[in-house]
Design a protein around this ligand. Structure first.
Ligand code: A5P
Length: 227
């Protein structure tokens, strides 16, 4: 039996699959909400839907194989019709913090190429201003200490992500620094400053990229379109 939050994730994940049309090239997001989207997508494929997907993590790639969703890659396609992905925090303008699961670089490559981006999440992820969720920043392992010190000067204490007691390694072979800025009033400016730091690969700020958010709450599903 699913708890209330898991049920919400399932509902928003499945609802997003209604937006998928035959022949589409899909961006397949990562995370526990995207899991439900993948499962439903697999059911539709079994019933005859013809789509190809690009997974944003090795985990999602595994689900695609498990549920029978055909995969492709950037040697075969140069555009994506629709990306469906989760988020860690969503502000009023549908700007996001992502990367809680460590897949921010691949997610950003895929989502920025997509003609339409749908974000699936439960209501607890909404906030007026980003910053409640520590910002994941992917960095090159070499010189990571120096990169972290430079990031800290922008107003946070970077924490090197660990998993099972070991330093977490992203699908791209990099490290992730979780950076709690407390409040990010100007996400664009912060993103630009971070990208200028040598050693920073990508930030978890996904700005002006989202077209639709499907939000789950105890009152049901809400579909929010970007202004
Ligand atoms: C993965 O790196 C993230 O960007 C996920 O999309 C995000 O963490 C949402 O995951 P959940 O659906 O598990 O909350």
């Amino acid at each position: 039996m699913l708890n209330e939050q898991e049920l919400m994730k399932k509902q928003v994940g499945e609802r997003a699959v209604d937006f998928v049309e035959d022949g589409m090239i899909l961006g397949l997001g990562s995370g526990s909400t995207a899991y439900w989207m993948m499962k439903k997508l697999g059911e539709r494929v079994t019933k005859g839907l013809s789509v190809m997907g690009i997974p944003t993590s090795t985990r999602t790639e595994g689900w695609a194989k498990e549920f029978g969703v055909p995969l492709t890659d950037f040697t075969q396609v140069d555009k994506i019709d629709l990306a469906i992905d989760g988020a860690n925090e969503i502000d009023e303008n549908l700007n996001l913090t992502k990367g809680g699961g460590g897949s921010l670089v691949r997610e950003k490559i895929v989502n920025s190429l997509a003609e339409k981006v749908i974000i699936i999440a439960d209501k607890s992820k909404m906030s007026t201003t980003l910053g409640h969720y520590p910002l994941p920043i992917e960095v090159v392992p070499f010189g990571m200490e120096i990169t972290a010190n430079t990031i800290a000067k922008l107003g946070c204490t970077p924490v090197l992500r660990k998993k099972n007691g070991e330093t977490y390694i992203s699908d791209n072979g990099n490290y992730i620094l979780d950076c709690h800025f407390k409040s990010i009033p100007n996400a664009q400016k912060l993103h630009e400053k971070l990208k200028l730091i040598v050693g920073v690969v990508e930030t978890g700020l996904f700005l002006n990229m989202t077209d639709v958010v499907i939000l789950g709450s105890d009152l049901g599903l809400e579909i929010i379109e970007a202004k």
